[in-house]
Design a protein around this ligand. Structure first.
Ligand code: ADP
Length: 246
């Protein structure tokens, strides 16, 4: 579903991603772990082109883009690639002046040009799926963080993306609200959604990930099944990182 080859990203003179190679199988969940500042969020943002990589290639479904510092990426290519991904942000990023329902309808109507009736129906189905049908007419400030994030997930799903990208989706939540969001994500994984998740929730990684990718200082240090990474890693940097979490 996604293949990334030799991806580099530089901010000014600082190289934040230094040659990332990653393959994400359709229907799988890949969890990216690693220390703060190691480039996890930047990698995710490069996949949906919120950041433009400095060099390397990204293949998403049928689209392959090669990046080159000296060439700007064509807008239609950016749009085509972005349409295949849905992003769930750490701070939800809901439109504050729109209800939950309107938030889930908005992209469907403006970007995908769906009719309002269709978009409303789909939004209600998705809000039901994340357990919020009865909150459809509430505004973000009337919802808890966990509820807002579930609206965020419904909104991303509404675009029928090939891949869902999660950027630390539970980091801003009070501990008692983390579970309700992870539960929705587990359900999506079980249904075969392709997901790339940056998270510090190691239990989620253990339980749900098909592949765990450990990133440090802009490179993938190690990747494997949760069992390989959490139980059998011999890599010094991986072990050091995991030990710090204990
Ligand atoms: P992580 O998600 O692993 O915590 P990030 O990808 O957020 O790491 O950040 C990696 C490094 O890139 C950090 O040092 C951060 O300061 C830097 N960085 C991220 N975004 C930008 C940006 N837009 N401009 C300059 N530096 C950035």
């Amino acid at each position: 579903m996604i293949t990334i080859r030799n991806l580099h990203k530089r901010f000014d003179d600082r190289e934040v991603l230094r040659g990332i190679d990653l393959h994400v199988e359709a229907g799988s969940t890949v969890v990216i772990i690693g220390p703060s500042g190691s480039g996890k969020t930047t990698l995710l943002r490069c996949i949906n082109l919120l950041e433009t990589p400095t060099s390397g290639t990204i293949t998403l479904g049928e689209h392959t883009i090669s990046f080159d510092e000296n060439q700007t990426v064509k807008k239609d290519v950016v749009i085509a690639l972005r349409k295949q991904t849905g992003m769930v942000f750490q701070n939800y990023h809901l439109f504050p002046h729109m209800t939950a329902l309107e938030n889930v309808m908005e992209g469907q109507v403006t970007v995908l040009k769906r009719s309002k009736e269709f978009a409303r129906e789909k939004a209600l189905q998705l809000l039901d799926k994340v357990g919020l049908k009865d909150r459809a007419d509430m505004y973000p400030h009337q919802l808890s963080g966990g509820q807002q994030q579930r609206v965020g997930i419904a909104r991303a799903m509404a675009m029928d993306p090939a891949v869902l990208l999660f950027d630390e989706p539970t980091s801003a939540l009070d501990p008692e609200l983390v579970g309700e969001v992870l539960k929705v994500m587990k359900e999506l994984a079980r249904e075969g959604m392709t997901m790339v998740v940056v998270t510090h929730e190691m239990n989620f990684a253990r339980e749900v990930a098909d592949q765990v990718v450990f990133v440090d200082q802009g490179v993938i240090v190690e990747q494997g099944t949760p069992e390989q990474i959490f139980l059998h890693s011999n890599n010094e940097r991986t072990l050091q990182f995991l030990n710090k979490l204990k």
